[in-house]
Design a protein around this ligand. Sequence first.
Ligand code: NAP
Length: 259
Amino acid sequence: MTGDAVDERFDLDGRTAVVTGGGRGIGKAIALGLADAGANVVPTARTEADLEPVVDAIEDRGGESALLTCDVADTDEVDALFVDVAAELGAVDVLVNNAGINPEQALGTPDRVDQDAWDLVTDVNLGGAFACARAAAPNLVETGGCVVNVASVGGLVGLPRQHPYVASKHGLVGLTKSMAIDWAPEVRVNCVAPGYVATDLTEDLTADEDLRASIEARTPLDRFAEPGEVAAPVVFLASAAAAYVTGTTLAVDGGWTAR
Ligand code: NAP
């Protein structure tokens, strides 16, 4: 033990964080959680109207922020994002790769999913995370920063009818391990694997009473998570409280994968 107060290790005062998919849902909660811990935070997504209130809420908490849109599947936009963040807020210390999709056209048995749907999901969920990590790399190495990837229980176990999503999330868990090895000791890379969280992404599940009940019954904690319950473990992994944690994936799933 160093004798440091444990609570100081959760402090992100003065750090600069980028959260992809930060306009709503889990990403918004992560952006606000990091700001509550003292960080300056850039939430980014494609929809400017979603980002505006998040930027305002970060500034209301005393943090600096910037309104920057980015499609993570477009590598030129990703490269430009990190140039703009560095110009406005300085070098990035914390990258949270949260942007993710699981659209209707990517659901179904393998023979039902066309190549475009596969490309779309893997380009956003996995390619986007890699592009952001690559673009942020010089900053992260310079600051001794960290990456937190947002996977899913679909990154730990198979799920029927969600093949591009499950493959992309398993890829993200693997990418977490390989990047953690290559970037140590300068940059820590970790991942969270949420279970079912009440957001726009799961609207179809929560709207269907029977489906919702069956998911809750399958979940030991017997309910969906709130977005803030995923944000808190992400803040932990981004902080010095997790200084000796790298290459790992933390299930934040109400016990779903414990069965
Ligand atoms: P959500 O409410 O649908 O929000 C997704 C966010 O990602 C939005 O801000 C969206 O903004 C952004 N996004 C989508 N495509 C993008 C792109 N190409 N470039 C940049 N941003 C993009 O979803 P959520 O439930 O919060 O999910 C967040 C993450 O958690 C995802 O990676 C998801 O797979 C994961 N997750 C969710 C659950 C759950 O139950 N909700 C469970 C496990 C894992 P724009 O559309 O404006 O770009």
